[in-house]
Every structure is written in C-alpha cells, then in structure tokens.
Ligand binder design. Structure first.
Ligand SMILES: Cc1cc2nc3c(=O)[nH]c(=O)nc-3n(C[C@H](O)[C@H](O)[C@H](O)COP(=O)(O)OP(=O)(O)OC[C@H]3O[C@@H](n4cnc5c(N)ncnc54)[C@H](O)[C@@H]3O)c2cc1C
Length: 340
C-alpha cells in the first residue's frame, strides 16, 4: 500500500527501483521532503534473485525493493504508487509540476529520474516467454545459474558484441554455440578466436525458441534444423523509459556503444535541463543493481547540495534585506530565512 501524495516536495523521484530508492534514502536522511513515485515494474522482475550484490546475493528483487521502501519511509520519505506521464517547469521558474496517469499532480523543486529502461527482445517466437529464466542477457546476473549448460548465444545486435558475449559465456560453460541469425558470420581473427575456444558458429536465421517440460529444448532454424540448447543468451536493445520528460525538452539519444537509447548526464547525474537529474539504467544502460543504487545515492547527495546552495542564496538575500514585515513563517520545506 503506497503513501498519500502530498501537494509538493523538495524532490520527486520518478521510479522506485534501486537507483530511485537509494536517491530517496540519501535525501530523506538529509531531512529533505521526498516522494518516490513508482509504477511497480522493475527491470529484473522476471528474475528469481538479485546476484552479484554484496551481502544481498540471491535476494528476490521484490524483497530488496520492499526493504528499500521501508528504509526510505523510516526517515520520513514517501513511497507512492503511480505512473508519471509528464513534467513541466512551473511558470514562476521555481521548480516543476509532475503529472500522474490518474490525474494527480505534484510540485517539486528538483526531479530525480530513475525510471529504468525497456529491454527490447528479439521478435522470435518462444523467446520472450522464457526471459529472465533460461533466456538471459548478463553473465554476471545469471551466468552462474546457467553454468555448464549447453548455451546458445543469439546474435541480436552488432556482431562484435555477440562475439564478446559468446566469450563471456564460454567462461561459464564448455558448450557454447554462436547463432548468427542471418548476419554475416565472424571472419579472420575473430573466427579463429572462437574456434580456439571451442565456440561453434551456426549460420542461418532462427525461427523459434522451443521448450518442453518448462525448459528450453533448443533453437529451431528457418530451414528446420534444431540446435539443441538448454539456455539462450541475447543482447536486447535497451531503451531508457523517458517519454514523460519530453515536456521538459529532455529526450533519449542513441548510446555511443550502439546498444540502445539513454539520457546523457554528468557523472553525478546532472542533465542538460537544470533541476533534473538521472540515475540508474535511464542513463547508464549497463548498470547492475549495485551500480544503479550507487548512482542514485550520488545523485541524491548532489541534489541535496544543490538545494542547500539555493537555500543559502535565499537566506543570504533575506539576511541582507530589511527586517521582513509581520515576521510571517517561511514557506514550508525551506530552511528558515531568519531566526525564530
Ligand atoms: C532478467 C534480468 C535479471 C537481472 N538480474 C540482475 C542481477 O542478478 N543482479 C544485478 O545486479 N542486476 C540484474 N539485472 C539488472 C537490474 O535489473 C538493473 O540493474 C536494475 O533494475 C536497475 O535499477 P534502476 O533503478 O535503474 O531501474 P529499475 O529497477 O528498472 O526501476 C525503475 C522503476 O521505475 C518505474 N517506472 C518506470 N517508468 C515510470 C514512470 N513513468 N512513472 C513511475 N515509475 C516508473 C518502474 O516501474 C520501475 O519500478 C537484471 C536485469 C534483467 C532484465
């Protein structure tokens, strides 16, 4: 059950995965008012456990995030269920209004975008159904879980990336086959390297991933040949979830590695739109959970510093100005402009 969304916060975090929750944790612990708005579809939801994460290896993705939400709430942050559909800068130039799919709206002095990405899987019958189980993408996330199995690496993007992926999975299993899916087969030194490590190359278009008894049986080629395999590795095209930022003039761009689209940012998460920050897979397409959480924490700390600078400017202006008439209370969520 999510928290009630208030009218305004210092920071609204869009997305409550590892990046967004760690950002919110830093902000809440800095006594910032913060709401994490989350649509509840983290990227690793199909996986049984989170791997390669120190001290939490194997924990179910849902449990990790539930613990994260509890930690954010412990310090007064809000974890709100909802989908952000748009954001605009307010007319007074002092922050943003963020709109939700159900018609709610909330004001924010800063926005941290941690909405993750969409994995665009190859359109091959039978493949999507097994995604995150025995159709995998990342040797560090679930390579150990498919170790020693017969693995088929399906070329989905640029061939050098597929060759690299084949070598990574060869570290985990002696039985690795690279399926070109109609692309030109590797040649020259690349072909020799594959042969030297016993990685067979299978040419031809892949028509289907076939399963029996809830396990992958193999890949069926368009010519009818069956390539028996127990697991399939793919490299989905990764697309940052960022359509709702269009109103702020922030659009995803092609990633320099040619693997998808992301929102470019400074190392601390600052984007080209002042006041809007990003963390996790929205900007770093290759970040695993640990790196996404770390980026969220770093962005949260930098946003706090940015707000402190703004609060200090306001405090200084008030300090230098004549004594305010009436001595009314400062606006909520801001540092006091004068002693009580
Ligand atoms: C099958 C699979 C298995 C994986 N296994 C591992 C593993 O074992 N170890 C590991 O370290 N990494 C693993 N990963 C990678 C891991 O999923 C990512 O590193 C991690 O999810 C990135 O965190 P994030 O916070 O950037 O994004 P996410 O975890 O995807 O969180 C983004 C959140 O934002 C929400 N959101 C999106 N759009 C909106 C919107 N408009 N409004 C509100 N909310 C929105 C989403 O619903 C989601 O909850 C795996 C990935 C996959 C695909």
């Amino acid at each position: 059950m999510g928290d009630r969304l208030e009218d305004g916060y210092d920071v609204v975090v869009v997305g409550g995965g590892a990046a967004g929750l760690n950002g919110a944790l830093m902000l809440a612990r800095s006594r910032r008012t913060v709401a994490v708005i989350d649509a509840g579809a983290p990227r690793n939801a199909p996986a049984e456990g989170v791997h390669g994460l120190l001290a939490r290896d194997g924990m179910a993705p849902g449990e990790l995030l539930e613990r994260g939400r509890a930690e954010v709430r412990h310090y007064g942050g809000h974890a709100v269920e909802g989908e952000v559909v748009g954001a605009r800068r307010d007319g007074d130039g002092d922050g943003f209004t963020v709109g939700l799919a159900d018609g709610r709206a909330v004001r924010a002095r800063r926005i941290l975008v941690a909405a993750g990405l969409i994995d665009e899987l190859p359109d091959i019958p039978g493949l999507a159904e097994r995604w995150g189980r025995d159709v995998v993408h990342c040797p560090y996330c679930h390579g150990w879980e498919v170790r020693d199995r017969a693995i088929g690496v399906l070329a989905t993007g640029p061939m050098p990336m597929a060759v690299h992926q084949a070598h990574l999975f060869r570290q985990l299993s002696a039985s690795v086959v690279l399926l070109t899916d109609g692309r030109p087969a590797p040649s020259g030194e690349q072909a020799e390297e594959l042969a030297a490590r016993g990685i067979r190359v299978v040419e031809g278009e892949v028509a289907a991933v076939e399963a029996a008894d809830d396990r992958i049986a193999g890949l069926r080629l368009a010519d009818g040949t069956m390539v028996a395999r127990e697991a399939v590795a793919v490299a989905p095209r990764m697309r940052a979830r960022a359509g709702f930022l269009a109103g702020l003039g922030l659009h995803p761009v092609e990633h320099p590695m040619g693997v998808g689209e992301h929102i470019p940012a400074e190392p601390d998460g600052r984007t080209e739109v002042e006041g809007v920050w990003v963390a996790g897979n929205t900007t770093d397409l290759s970040a695993q959970v640990g790196a996404a959480a770390a980026a969220g924490a770093a962005a949260g700390a930098r946003i706090n510093a940015d707000l402190i600078a703004e609060d200090t400017r306001a405090a200084l202006a008030a300090y230098r100005a004549p004594f305010p008439a009436g001595g009314e209370a400062p606006p909520s969520g801001r540092a006091p402009l004068w002693p009580a």
